[in-house]
Design a protein around this ligand. Structure first.
Ligand SMILES: [Zn+2]
Length: 356
């Protein structure tokens, strides 16, 4: 193995570890770390949940007693630049210097304004050899929710919808089944990984969705429902009090006594989408899954208030109905899941978050 292949290989292990924290660490980013001595992993760890030790701390702590003397001679691989500020835990740059680790390999820099290269600079000033940019695109993609939130105060917005083969989302006033058991489970997995999920009034009325995570282990996202005039009936699943639920409305008084928190916003404001995302960001929502309906999806696309789209195309042909939105972005992947094709898109305008 060349040095580059070796670095890539251990960085991939960091990514795998980091992903185990998805959905638990927000608003922190998922991070994984591996300690390697002469091609042996002597320790590894990841950030498990918000408030828990960082990946670097976990990796160092995991080294068994009889190998601890190797730590200063080992290379530390981390999927994100080590932090250098006192948060709920002391900075990881201190840990690395205190442990006498001489070589650190990092995938991408932390775009949070309080770090932004200072972690690497501190290590170098302390005599540590630091290599950055290993599988950098993948590393950036992994922390995209945090990067966007930390730099803009707004969540990363993921549009999700299903369309028929001829481009319709469904029929007016009626739900049309496009998904299959596997895609349903996948959507529940996404819910477990994201901070919030949003639907508009008609979707809440017609589908009466729960929007909870049931077909996958993990927590449910905060539910956000738009109800401008406060016309949603109390008996909807969204108002069952099982999960924190926020109603964006011009009629907050209407929701008094219901287990929901109203967010009062004027829907006619020209920058309504921006205000809404800012408000969610202020409530520490770093990622938002938008599940419909069609008008809301069209609106967010028109306002360029989206970062990623996950589109299922089923085999059904309707001939007529509610047209699905057209997504124009960078095609990231196409995956066949049973009778559905999942297409993953990234917004090329907001993708600066990924490409730095
Ligand atoms: Zn740290």
């Amino acid at each position: 193995m060349s040095d580059m292949e070796r670095d890539n290989c251990y960085m991939r292990r960091c990514f795998d570890l980091a992903r185990l924290g998805l959905g638990q660490v927000s608003p922190n980013p998922p991070v994984g770390a591996v300690l390697v001595y002469e091609d042996q992993i002597i320790g590894e760890g990841y950030h498990r949940r918000w408030g828990a030790p960082h990946a670097e701390v976990e990796a160092v702590a995991s080294v068994p007693e009889h190998l601890r003397h190797l730590i200063p001679k080992a290379t530390l691989y981390v999927s994100l630049e080590p932090c250098c500020v006192y948060g709920r835990t002391p900075p990881c740059t201190n840990l690395i210097l205190d442990q006498g680790i001489k070589r650190v390999v990092v995938s991408c820099l932390d775009q949070s304004p309080e770090v932004a290269g200072r972690g690497v600079a501190l290590l170098r000033a302390g005599g540590v050899e630091v290599r950055t940019g290993v599988l950098e695109d993948e590393g950036r993609w992994l922390v995209r929710f945090r990067s966007k939130w930390a730099t803009t105060g707004m969540p990363w917005v993921i549009l999700k919808f299903a369309r028929t083969r001829d481009g319709f989302m469904g029929l007016p006033e009626r739900q049309v089944w496009i998904s299959n058991p596997l895609t349903l489970r996948l959507v529940h997995r996404w819910r477990s990984e994201l901070d919030a999920i949003m639907v508009a009034t008609n979707t809440a009325l017609i589908d009466n969705p729960r929007l909870t995570t049931r077909l996958w282990p993990g927590r449910s996202p905060v539910r956000v429902v738009l109800d401008r005039r406060g016309r949603l009936p109390e008996k909807l699943h969204l108002f069952d009090g099982t999960v924190p639920t926020w109603v964006v409305t011009e009629q907050p008084a209407r929701f008094r006594g219901l287990p929901v928190a109203p967010i009062e916003l004027g829907f006619d404001a020209p920058d309504f989408a921006y205000q809404l995302l800012k408000e969610l960001g202020a409530r520490r929502i770093t990622s938002l899954l938008v599940e419909g309906g069609s008008a809301l999806l069209h609106y967010l696309i028109r306002e360029n208030c989206w970062d990623e789209a996950r589109v299922f195309t089923g085999n059904k042909v309707l001939g007529t109905g509610v047209p699905a939105p057209e997504v124009h972005g960078r095609l990231m992947d196409e995956i066949h899941i049973g009778d559905n094709l999942l297409t993953l898109w990234a917004n090329q305008v907001t993708i600066h978050v990924k490409q730095g």
